[in-house]
Design a protein around this ligand. Structure first.
Ligand SMILES: Cc1cc2nc3c(=O)[nH]c(=O)nc-3n(C[C@H](O)[C@H](O)[C@H](O)COP(=O)(O)OP(=O)(O)OC[C@H]3O[C@@H](n4cnc5c(N)ncnc54)[C@H](O)[C@@H]3O)c2cc1C
Length: 433
């Protein structure tokens, strides 16, 4: 019996669209299934796309893709309830083609990418929430939706974080994601006139600004980071929260967002802006959230569904890994067709490609950071220490504040940090990062 398609791709996000474009460009009969009414309709992303992986399928994509602004400057910093301290990185090369990073809104970019997949020859069907993979023993032979089975020798799973299709199957035997590796992303979009954004952030037309903050503004133990990105005529504002750190503390994510928005360093940026969109989504990040396997007989898993998103409460990167892993899966399916063998051993080329493209090396490296990143002191005592030290140096020169060591000791006592704790944190960081 012949199959309905050469490859079925589930999910038209960054991973699924990239895979479908590559497959269709190379003549594979590809079905791309998306549960949203349109690709991107169900996506939420803070929105900095480090997009070079797209060059392989869409050269000079940034000229046509509906991107918002080219990022020319990044600000990193810490907030305490009253203060803010930050530094700015800028590089003139970022403002020139091929550009390093773009602010994007996923409803626009994903719809555009899905159209590119269609133009390349893929069949895109939206409003189709796939119910389950079609397991025949240990083999996946397509998908089941609404009682109908669609078959293909290879199915690529790109259904995002909390992948319903893999939970409770050999891909992810557990029925739930590990709480430890799960964060909550919240995002709001505010409309502001284009000219106001450019004046407020000192940007030329099409230039963009990104900010990421350690949010040391919450009750002790509650950990999270905030971001602010400029779009064309909107601002994306959001939080990445460590869910486990919120348990039992009587805090709610919307209140934490409110506190972030009201911080003087943030509120001034939003003056006169109108809220036009908001959403929340789970983020399953890092090595700990990897599936039992990345491939098997007739299937591969990519992007967020495979845990290929990196977040550290300050920075979040997942779209770049979604594109890269989607392309690696597509190339593996193409190689399998050439060899006429979609069996598990052939699809093991996917793991080899994850190695050769540096994805696995990155995530092994992030594992160390994952171990130390959710240290409550990084979200409270250290931001207070950094801002107090700066306040001392900047505000009372010559008033008997003492030398660096004396000041450090005093501030350290004020914020409740022991020298031993600081040395231990330093050693842990040096060991793991
Ligand atoms: C608040 C927030 C901020 C972020 N900021 C950034 C950032 O600045 N930079 C960055 O690189 N990354 C960021 N990320 C991470 C990034 O959004 C993800 O890593 C990326 O979207 C992963 O792409 P994906 O294609 O794997 O999954 P997704 O983009 O989630 O796409 C999955 C698709 O599958 C569809 N789907 C799901 N289930 C089914 C089903 N059963 N049947 C059919 N279709 C289905 C969904 O509707 C969706 O379209 C952020 C994430 C969040 C939550």
């Amino acid at each position: 019996m012949t199959d309905d398609f050469d490859v079925i791709v589930v999910g038209a996000g960054m991973a699924g669209c990239s895979a479908a474009i590559r497959l269709a460009q190379r003549g594979m009969n590809t079905l791309l299934l998306e549960r949203g009414a349109e690709a991107g309709a169900k996506n939420l992303s803070g929105g900095i796309l480090w997009g070079h992986d797209l060059d392989a399928i869409l050269p000079r994509w940034w000229e046509e893709m509906p991107v918002e602004r080219r990022i020319v400057r990044k600000r990193f910093g810490v907030l305490t309830p009253e203060r803010a301290a930050s530094f700015v990185f800028s590089d003139p090369a970022w403002a020139k083609p091929p550009y390093v990073a773009h602010a994007v809104l996923r409803a626009r970019t994903d719809a555009w990418l899905a159209r590119k997949a269609e133009e390349a020859g893929a069949t895109l069907v939206t409003s189709v929430p796939v119910d389950r993979l079609n397991w025949e023993g240990t083999r996946v032979h397509g998908v089941v939706q609404g009682g109908e089975t669609m078959t293909a020798p290879v199915t690529i799973l790109c259904d995002g974080a909390n992948s319903r299709l893999s939970l409770g199957t050999p891909i992810r035997p557990a029925s739930r994601l590990s709480g430890e590796a799960t964060e909550l992303g919240i995002k709001e979009v505010y409309r502001l006139p284009r000219e106001t954004i450019e004046e407020r952030f000192q940007l030329a037309p099409h230039e963009g600004h990104a900010e990421e903050w350690v949010a040391g503004i919450y009750p002790p133990g509650v950990m999270g980071g905030g971001f602010l990105y400029t779009n064309d005529d909107t601002i994306s504002l959001g939080l990445i929260l460590n869910i486990a750190s919120m348990f039992g503390k009587g805090v709610y994510s919307h209140d934490l967002m409110e506190q972030f928005k009201l911080h003087p360093a943030i509120a001034a940026r939003l003056d006169g802006a109108e809220l036009v969109e908001y959403g929340a989504k789970l983020i399953s990040s890092g090595w700990a959230s990897r599936p039992a396997a990345w491939h098997g007989d007739g299937w591969m898993v990519c992007g967020d569904a495979a845990g290929f998103v990196f977040s550290n409460g300050l920075v979040i990167q997942g779209m770049n890994y979604a594109v890269r892993t989607g392309l690696a899966a597509a190339d593996t399916a193409l190689a399998a067709r050439e060899a006429n063998d979609p069996s598990a051993s052939r699809l093991s080329g996917y793991a080899e490609r994850l190695e050769s493209t540096g994805v696995l090396a990155d995530f092994r490296e992030f594992e160390g950071l994952d171990r130390v990143k959710w240290n409550p002191r990084f979200y409270s005592a250290y931001p207070r220490m950094a801002t107090s030290m700066l306040a001392g140096f900047l505000a009372d020169p010559g008033e008997g504040g003492g030398n660096l060591v004396q000041r450090l000791r005093r501030v350290q006592r004020e914020v409740g940090l022991s020298m031993r704790g600081m040395v231990t944190d330093g050693i842990e960081m040096a060991r793991n990062v």
